[in-house]
Design a protein around this ligand. Structure first.
Ligand code: CMP
Length: 149
């Protein structure tokens, strides 16, 4: 039975933008068959980062997350598809790039846990909170795929 159609929030972090890897990562998402239905470049305010990483607020590396996420713009996306949440986590690889399998985004392009290129929602519940944090409903553009003649 096919997995349910899901939506997930992705953030292409400042290291992805600085290193010119936006296209490479978008290409992997598209080639997998997932559908990009929202996308924008943003400079994140500290308040939005603190809200997004609330669960890490007590961690010793929390100030490093805020610094990292303000080192340049990010690209936020909503991606849709069958089982999109687990699929995107699989495409990203382990949080720590040093442990991520070769063939994944983090395994192929990253070296460290902090500069790990991409954020992807970890569950349907998280995606339901994260998507409206970054996108108004009017910025999301679901569409049916057509085969062009
Ligand atoms: P992400 O999956 O977006 O969620 C939390 C982020 O914190 C993580 O990616 C990394 O960018 C960062 N992070 C996690 N662990 C560490 C760490 N030990 N030191 C620095 N940054 C970290």
């Amino acid at each position: 039975m096919p997995a349910a159609v899901e939506r997930t929030l992705l953030l292409l972090k400042p290291d992805t933008v600085h290193r010119g890897l936006i296209g490479e990562i978008l290409s992997r998402i598209e080639r997998k068959g997932l559908k990009i239905i929202a996308m924008k470049m943003m400079a994140l305010q500290d308040s939005l980062i603190e809200e997004h990483y609330f669960f890490h607020r007590e961690k010793p590396f929390f100030p490093e997350i805020v610094k990292y996420m303000t080192e340049g713009p990010i690209v936020a996306l909503v991606v849709e598809g069958d089982g999109a949440i687990a699929l995107m986590r699989a495409l990203c690889g382990a949080t720590d790039c040093a442990e991520a399998a070769i063939g994944t985004i983090r395994g192929d392009y990253g070296l460290t846990i902090r500069y790990n290129l991409i954020h992807a929602s970890d569950s349907a519940e998280t995606a339901a909170v994260e998507i409206p944090r970054f996108f108004d409903e009017t910025e999301i553009h679901p569409y049916a795929r057509k085969i062009l003649e």
